[in-house]
Design a protein. Sequence first.
Length: 358
Amino acid sequence: MDLETLNQQIAEIEADVAKKVGDMQAVDALRSLDTSILGKKGTLGSLIGGIKDYPPAQKGQVGQTINAAKKRVKAIIDARHAALKQAAVSADSAGAMAHDPTLPGDRPTMGSVHPVTAVQWEVERIFERLGFTVEAGPEMESEYHNFEALNIPASHPARDMQDTFWLTNGSVLRTHTSPVQHRSMKKFGAPLRVIAPGRCFRYETIDASHENTFHQVEGLLIDKDISIANLIAMAKTLLNEVMNREVKVRVRPGFFPFVEPGIELDMNCEICDGAGCATCKRSGWIEVLPAGMVHPKVLEAGGIDTEVYTGFAFGLGLTRLAMMKYGIRDIRVLNSGDLRPIVGRERQGGAVIVSREP
Ligand code: FA5
């Protein structure tokens, strides 16, 4: 091709590029255009291969003409590329501005403490006011602390009262918080005022009011001239304060080898207000606070002088108390890890029944 035809062809290519580039909105399309014009096999790029066919005197000029054309086309494509990028940045910030920064933001979903923890803290505060200290004991407990130190020797039928998870190392998952009684007597001696909240484990059938993992709060008061009247008065104060009103209770005899005499203190079922429901097994009452005067054998095992001191102990069913306080009909929800937001609260009898998002 002579020089004139070459120049004409280059002019047509440049005009075509300028037109196509003006219409292009996407960076990807620009890249393909770049290849199809400037690449080795592209309309301009391939002209380089034709230089060899020109007479030696013209080769230099042909090469310069083609390279100059390539630079101009490259400049057109690059300019469009830069313009598209700038447009994208502007669109982004226009989008950000569509958000009115003066509007209040979205509220983050707040967590809250577990109902059992909330009641535990409340119980701790009440007892701290009464001069009690808060102790903890191990959840994996020795057979001695869980049973023997509490006057329940190996052959004692009372061992069957609490179905036990035995561990292969001979220890147990504590069936109650009562082992902390012995540990506290050994640690502090008498006089003594201590509570011990904690998790307990029982190998038992689960239903609306029985879990295999639940919480109790042990209470132990040892001093001179302590009587069962002190115990009942303190238990009533505790329940009234947690429930924020006068709670109906009943006291009946109870048997536990580590107390003598023993009592069962039940509270009115707040779910059905005493009418009878699945939670209270149609009885209208919930067992929450078994207790009694500490058995002399338990005091002796703890190194307490039984000539000088007497004491009372109780094992508050903390999980059940939390159910009564928050109107939770079924104990199983407490260990279910259900974090769905509460969407409604409704008062039924004395209880507040919560409903959750489906
Ligand atoms: C005891 O565990 C005794 N250690 C309590 C005690 C302490 C008596 C000191 C005297 C002196 P009991 O097995 O009844 O007793 O359990 C105490 C409370 O824990 C019950 O009233 C109940 O509220 C709660 N509880 C017992 N088993 C379960 C369970 N499976 N699920 C939920 N709560 C339970």
